[in-house]
Design a protein around this ligand. Structure first.
Ligand code: PLP
Length: 415
């Protein structure tokens, strides 16, 4: 990159984050690409930038704002809680934790109590850290390995980075904590080959989100469950992206008729308020003892007030059913486009394969035209709209995508 290019990227970055004009460099760390837009307001499936330009949101903050932006009931719950009690630490009980944990337990049991317990965290990676620690505690000394899938994504902390089956992301941060192995996605035989006496748990996503929106097969999930039963391993499922209605069921694993021992989640749980959770069955939970794990903020009142409102709304509107319906409409709409060769995913977590286009370039042009989505692979767009998106809003977003695909020649150049 030339100095001039680098300066102009810095300028775009600075401008987008609203840094002072006299600042030479952008004050935000460059771990993300330069943002092109600063959003200041959201309403349902619409976002507005600082010039009040409207965008249709097909991404929901990466599968987070499942109930739409600035959901009034969630906002009211957070503001009421903020005026009542903001924080006391986990040395004391607070109002919402038990209610939220019970609602999650019911959702995991698909309507009836599953009988497990929940540890609250602040993010998906931290929920997964809790799961990894639980697996080690449960396995005992020498039985500490967590077997994960290649192309998986479990987070960016050091342990979850090593759980993530994308070796290209490991390189700069070696040495990573030991105790992780990987096997081929959707390949039970390869998982079985990788087992040794050190393995305590198998950890998989129902749909690999960041890895390209690759759904698990029912045979794979059932095979992993059988393997875990045969060998006495914990089956742990990462539902950080797929959980809470996103796939058309409360949890992705429910598509496959299996019952996992550990389920992690985050994203949609707070509709944008940072909160994660690691649920474990009664048997697995028995491995936790006082002092094993803790967090200052996990499960704090503002976050759990949001989660409580989210779960109440989701139950009331039957969020999984909405997701299945809207996902089918979205799939049909994109499948009609001649530039699309296929759609994969479940419910409202979809990858749309384009023929001959560069997906990140298409996503960038869509943003300029008022549609938010992202390129999840070089050839596929990810769509993960709010579960509450309306049919008209889906049509509005698809119309922008059609415009962009017609305007751009295959391979990303503009005609
Ligand atoms: N696990 C999965 C499946 C995810 O998709 C993500 C984030 O995209 C994470 C874990 C990490 O979550 P967080 O970014 O909240 O740490």
């Amino acid at each position: 990159m030339t100095t001039t290019e680098s300066q102009s990227i810095q300028a775009i970055h600075r401008n987008a984050v609203g840094a002072p004009d006299d600042m030479e460099r952008c004050p935000i760390a460059s771990t993300y690409g330069p943002p092109r837009v600063q959003f200041v307001r959201g309403e349902g499936s619409y976002l507005f930038d600082r010039f009040d330009t409207k965008y249709v949101d097909f991404l929901s903050g990466l599968a987070v704002t499942s109930l739409g932006h600035s959901n009034p009931e969630v906002a009211a719950a957070i503001s009421a809680q903020a005026l009542r009690l903001q924080h006391v630490s986990n040395l004391f009980a607070t109002e919402h934790n038990g209610v939220v944990a019970s609602a999650l337990d019911r959702a995991i049991g698909d309507g009836s109590p599953a009988g497990g317990q929940t540890f609250f965290s602040n993010s998906g990676a931290e929920a997964n850290e809790a799961a990894i620690k639980l697996a080690r505690k449960w396995g005992g000394r020498g039985r500490h390995t967590v077997l994960c899938a290649f192309r998986s994504f479990h987070g960016r902390t050091l342990a979850t980075l090593h759980a993530t089956g994308q070796p290209e992301k490991w390189e700069a941060f070696q040495p990573l904590p030991e105790g992780f192995k990987h096997a081929a996605w959707n390949d039970v035989a390869d998982f079985e080959r990788q087992l040794d006496d050190t393995v305590a748990a198998i950890f998989v996503e129902p749909v690999q989100g960041e890895g390209g929106v690759n759904p698990a097969t029912k045979e794979f999930f059932q095979g992993i469950r059988a393997l875990c039963d045969e060998r006495g391993l914990l089956m742990m499922v990462d539902e950080v992206q797929t959980g809470l209605g996103r796939t058309g069921r409360w949890f992705g694993f429910q598509h496959f008729d299996v019952k996992p021992d550990v389920v992690t989640m985050a994203k949609a749980l707070g509709n944008g308020m940072p909160i994660g959770a690691c649920w474990s069955s009664a048997e697995a939970s028995a491995s936790w003892s006082g002092g094993d794990h803790a967090t200052t903020y996990g499960g704090q009142p503002l976050a759990t007030s949001a989660a409580r409102a989210v779960l109440e709304i989701m139950e009331r509107i039957d969020a999984p059913a909405l997701s299945a319906k809207a996902g089918a409409k979205l799939t049909d709409a994109v499948m009609e486009l001649p530039q699309v060769s296929g759609v994969r995913g479940l419910g409202m977590l979809l990858a749309v394969e384009l023929v001959g286009y560069n997906a990140p370039a298409v996503a960038a042009r869509c943003l300029e035209k008022g549609l938010v989505l992202n390129g999840v692979t070089p050839t596929a767009l990810r769509m993960a709209p709010a579960l509450t998106i309306t049919d008209d809003q889906i049509d509005e977003g698809i119309a922008i995508l059609v415009d962009v695909l017609e305007e751009m020649a295959p391979n990303g150049s503009t005609e």
